[in-house]
Ligand binder design. Structure first.
Ligand code: ZN
Length: 160
């Protein structure tokens, strides 16, 4: 069975940046299960998986435009410290969830100068080429409920 729209695929993957540093890996843990064609994973990886079967392994290099997008300087903002109520010490690298006009986003603190806190609303992997080493573990038909919800249930997926 080949990976195609409305099929659930489970993959083992290791993600590295251009310097070869491992950013994320499922190896040794639970494989990632996703519903193909539902936008569950980044477009470049979804495209590379189309037509693959159980046991296939491959490497793919995904440019930012097919990954988490280019870095957008408009998403850098300086905000006053009192926006962070309940946080005693604000440090560079801290991440917070923030409600923005684009929905819920993760923001990262990139500078702290007195009362001025610079936050970056870009995805942490924006602007990066993503190098995936992928192995297909399982391919199966999606259930009607999974198709309805647009995501995978059970192992490697949503539990609800
Ligand atoms: Zn669901």
């Amino acid at each position: 069975m080949q990976i195609a729209n409305n099929v659930v695929a489970s993959i083992e993957y290791t993600l590295t940046d251009d310097a070869g540093t491992v950013i994320d890996s499922s190896v040794g843990g639970e494989p990632l299960a996703y519903l193909h064609g539902a936008g569950n994973i980044i477009p470049g990886l979804e495209d590379a998986l189309l037509g693959k079967q159980v046991g296939d392994s491959f490497k793919v290099s995904i440019p930012p435009a097919e990954g988490y997008g280019e870095k957008n300087d408009a998403l850098l903002q300086v905000v006053p410290k009192d926006m962070f109520q309940g946080v005693d010490t604000i440090e560079v690298g801290m991440q917070f969830h923030a409600q923005t006009e684009h929905g819920m986003q993760v923001i990262t603190v990139t500078a702290v100068e007195g009362n001025n806190i610079t936050v970056d609303g870009n995805h942490p992997l924006a602007g990066q080429t993503l190098n995936f080493d992928v192995k297909v573990i399982e391919v199966r038909d999606a259930s009607a409920e999974e198709l309805d919800h647009g995501h995978v249930h059970g192992a490697g997926g949503h539990h609800h």
